[in-house]
Write a protein that binds this ligand. Structure first.
Ligand SMILES: [Zn+2]
Length: 256
């Protein structure tokens, strides 16, 4: 971030600061909801400002705004997490926690001015450990035959862009075009913590790994495939059906 920040960014920072006070389960839900709405409107303003920066070919500013965008999204995810926990929706809350962690990490990579968000990310890791029960993560192994660069649309192996780096207000990522599902495995440090074992079979049904409640076996059939579908959707974008079919078949054997 440059020493002389544009007014738009100064105003944005003020709005984010105002919302930060609601980062606690003890805060009033209605006020937290209002803070979420404020962040959402700040996000739509950032999108417009970024569009102008892109049209003006101002890459530094576009990337700074990308950092603003991800910082605001990270905070928005955290506020939603607290709201959902109060509504007894821990699984949705978990997804927002992971969203907050991922966005904070990305924001720190968008522009040097957001490096401090690494500390915020560590704070979110602590929340993960003390608020939620331990989770078992899964990772989908894929054989990738073709991958495209999100920035230039060329073969990722042949272009000069680097996945995870910002270019004119967008992060480069790899779009998987042709993939074969190979295996899934239990991992300690997954790329995406939303890919997790959500339930496992116990006598009489299926136990939810988050709430510890047992769903009776008659309703049990969708439980083992839930995370498999999720894994497939999140792991790849190019050939979801192949992966889902494969993973549904494979994960019926996993019992937690
Ligand atoms: Zn490229």
């Amino acid at each position: 971030m440059s020493n002389c920040l544009p007014n738009f960014v100064i105003e944005f920072n003020k709005r984010v600061k105002e919302s930060e006070v609601f980062r606690s389960i003890a805060r009033d839900s209605e006020l937290q909801q209002e803070a979420c709405e404020n962040l959402e409107s700040a996000l739509s303003e950032i999108a417009q400002e970024k569009q102008i920066a892109v049209e003006n070919n101002n890459e530094d500013y576009a990337n700074l705004l990308l950092g603003c965008e991800f910082a605001a999204q990270s905070l928005l995810h955290e506020l939603k997490m607290w709201l959902l926990l109060k509504q007894e929706k821990p699984e949705e809350a978990w997804d927002h926690l992971v969203g907050a962690q991922m966005k904070a990490t990305r924001a720190a990579k968008a522009d040097n001015g957001f490096r401090h968000l690494e500390h915020y990310r560590q704070h979110l890791e602590i929340i993960e450990k003390i608020v939620f029960p331990p989770q078992v993560f899964v990772s989908a192994g894929m054989i990738i035959h073709e991958q495209e660069c999100s920035i230039c649309g060329e073969d990722y192996d042949e272009c000069e862009h680097i996945a995870g780096k910002p270019y004119m207000g967008n992060f480069c990522h790899v779009i998987v075009k042709d993939v074969t599902a190979d295996h899934i495995s239990i991992v300690e440090n997954p790329a995406d913590k939303r890919c997790r074992v959500t339930s496992f079979n116990v006598e009489g049904g299926s136990r939810n790994k988050m709430t510890w409640k047992i769903k009776e076996s008659a309703e049990n059939t969708s439980a083992p495939t839930g995370y498999a579908e999720r894994t497939a959707q999140l792991a790849i974008e190019g050939d979801e059906q192949t992966a889902i079919d494969y993973l549904e078949k494979e994960t019926k054997e996993i019992t937690g």
